[in-house]
Design a protein around this ligand. Structure first.
Ligand code: NAD
Length: 525
């Protein structure tokens, strides 16, 4: 019989599913919590929300442990690398809050345009003033949806019923797919000046951090509205406050903030701002759905099914050597897709010296890496193939049993709206390294923050780049330079200890010798 340990409060609906399965379900008591590491060894599975930290120590102590259920999406509190190493599957419930987040976006939009929160506050303090709360209708207004994924599309469906015209910006979506959904896909430059309301639905990635910058906000139609129910950090909050004060933006509604809980309340207190404390998923239904989906996934995983929303694969690297290769493939694709930008249409994965049994996992890891630039946590090993199909991305694979220059090599070729990029890498021990980028041969670790610079191959460039980084207190951990025969350009890869600020990057881009540069957050620092 399976023994399941519930570590954080879970809606009863999921508990019932677990109990009815015949499993023995134990709720961790307050007295037991400090002894979790001693207790966990008796259980086959554990369920957590965000409070319990599933550390490597706990996972190692869980000798019988096969599955960790995270009732929610983010897995910041689970040491996924240690779980993967030990062959413990981590399952989650990524779509359980779709409807709640969508409806909260609609609620914010209506409250914002009809000034409901301000009118309610005034009336409660005894002020009956109808003239002060002149609002606007949604009907016949243009809504700009930035990030046309699951929630963006669901918001668009509802907004259409209100009579709104929908425009969308999503550089990772096939235009034909958008056309089938009856929406006009535009660039952000084209969309912002045309919209009465802009609503954000992207994940927080290196590309979307600060996406709504001061310059972008200035492009928005004068007197328009902004809604952010996605992630804090996508909007430059200082610039938004300035735009509200100048009247450029008529109002903003925010459920999420760069810092949560916030310490600076100046934006939140602005009279034209409606703010909620990240409650997009706080509904009974979403909590129930999270609970039941997690319980079902957990039982399926315990039953040996792979058709589960897992954030990792049940791999025992000690047995198969698969996990470092998966990290390599995922890292190479992430780097390639960040360098390439634009919409991915085809991913080719070439494997040399990799045994047949490991190839499917390496291929899926490469696909996950390529899609995660645009989808963040929305893509995992289990759904990567399906997500690729939905988004019209073709996947190709070739394999050779041996490799000429290295024991093993993975090469990913990404083709898309922005052209083609080719990145290859290998393992040094278990450590993934990139060894070629578009024919430039080099050797850099695939971790931390990588700054890739394409520059004129003349003396002094590296010095200038290093000076600008040094002045901004950004430390260079490694630097690799490469050139291709008979070319006047060179490529530099710098591994940095800190992520350079947008100002530093702008300064680097202004160097006359720099053709282009990209910063890619690889993680694992
Ligand atoms: P999703 O993965 O289905 O869709 C995200 C979309 O954003 C994708 O279509 C992707 O192509 C697009 N995208 C990625 N980078 C982009 C860029 N630079 N510019 C424009 N588009 C880009 O995700 P989802 O389930 O729809 O979730 C959307 C957001 O809502 C996420 O940030 C998620 O964390 C957030 N969310 C918030 C709450 C809340 O409580 N407020 C609840 C649920 C989800």
């Amino acid at each position: 019989m399976n023994r399941i340990l519930i570590c954080d409060p879970l809606d009863p609906s999921g508990l019932e599913i677990l109990t009815q399965s015949g499993a023995e379900v134990h709720q961790l008591t307050a007295e037991e919590r400090p002894r979790l590491v001693e207790i966990v060894g008796e259980f086959d599975a554990m369920v957590v929300r965000s409070a319990t930290q599933v550390t490597a120590e706990i996972l190692h102590a869980g000798k019988r442990l096969r599955v960790v259920g995270r009732a929610g999406i983010g897995v910041d509190n689970v040491d996924v690398a240690a779980a993967t190493e030990l062959g413990v599957l981590v399952v989650n419930a990524p779509t359980a809050n779709l409807v709640s987040a969508t409806e909260h976006t609609m609620a914010l939009m209506l409250v914002l345009l009809r000034r409901v929160a301000a009118a309610d506050g005034a009336l409660k303090s005894g002020d009956w003033n109808r003239k002060a709360y002149l609002g606007s209708e949604l009907m016949a207004k243009t809504l700009g949806v930035v990030g046309f994924g699951r929630i963006g599309r669901a918001v668009a469906d509802r907004a259409r019923v209100f009579g709104m015209e929908i425009l969308a910006y999503d550089p990772f979506l096939e235009p034909s797919f958008a056309r089938d959904l009856g929406v006009e896909l535009l660039s952000l430059d084209e969309l912002l000046p045309r919209c009465d309301v802009v609503t954000l639905h992207t994940p927080l990635t290196a590309d979307t951090r600060g996406l709504l910058s001061a310059d972008r906000i200035a492009q928005m139609k004068p007197g328009s509205y902004l809604v952010n129910c996605a992630r804090g950090g996508i909007v430059n909050e200082e610039a938004l406050l300035a735009a509200l004060e100048s009247g450029q933006i008529a109002g903003a509604a925010m459920d999420v903030f760069a810092q949560e809980p916030p310490t600076d309340f100046s934006l939140i207190r602005h009279p034209r701002v409606v703010a909620t404390p990240h409650i997009g998923a706080q509904t009974r239904e979403a909590q129930q759905r999270v609970s039941t989906q997690t319980a079902k996934m957990l039982l399926a995983a315990l039953g040996g099914s792979m058709a589960v929303t897992a954030v990792n694969l049940p791999f025992r690297s000690a047995e198969s050597g698969g996990e470092p290769l998966m990290h390599l493939a995922e890292g190479l694709s992430r780097l390639g897709s960040a360098l390439q930008g634009g919409r991915l249409q085809q991913l080719s994965v070439e494997m040399e010296g990799i045994t047949e049994g490991l190839r499917p996992a390496v291929r899926i890891a490469a696909l996950k890496g390529a899609l995660s630039t645009s989808l963040g946590e929305g893509v995992n090993y289990v759904n990567a193939q399906q997500v690729a199909e939905e988004r019209g991305v073709r996947l190709q694979q070739t394999a050779k049993s041996s490799c000429d220059n290295y024991p093993q090599l993975v090469r990913v070729k990404l083709s898309g709206s922005a052209g083609q990029t080719e990145v290859a890498g290998t393992l040094f021990g278990d450590d993934p390294r990139v060894v070629a980028i578009d024919g430039f041969l080099l050797e850099s670790r695939l971790k931390n923050c990588l700054l890739v610079v394409r520059n004129q191959d003349i003396p002094g460039v590296v010095g200038k780049v290093g000076t600008l980084l040094g002045e901004a207190d950004v430390n260079i951990a490694e630097i690799h330079l490469a050139r291709r025969p008979n070319e006047t350009d060179a490529l530099a890869v710098l591994r940095l200890d800190q992520h350079p600020s947008p100002q530093v990057l702008a300064g680097l881009e202004e160097l006359p010798e720099v053709r282009w540069l990209k910063v890619v957050e690889m993680g694992g620092g």
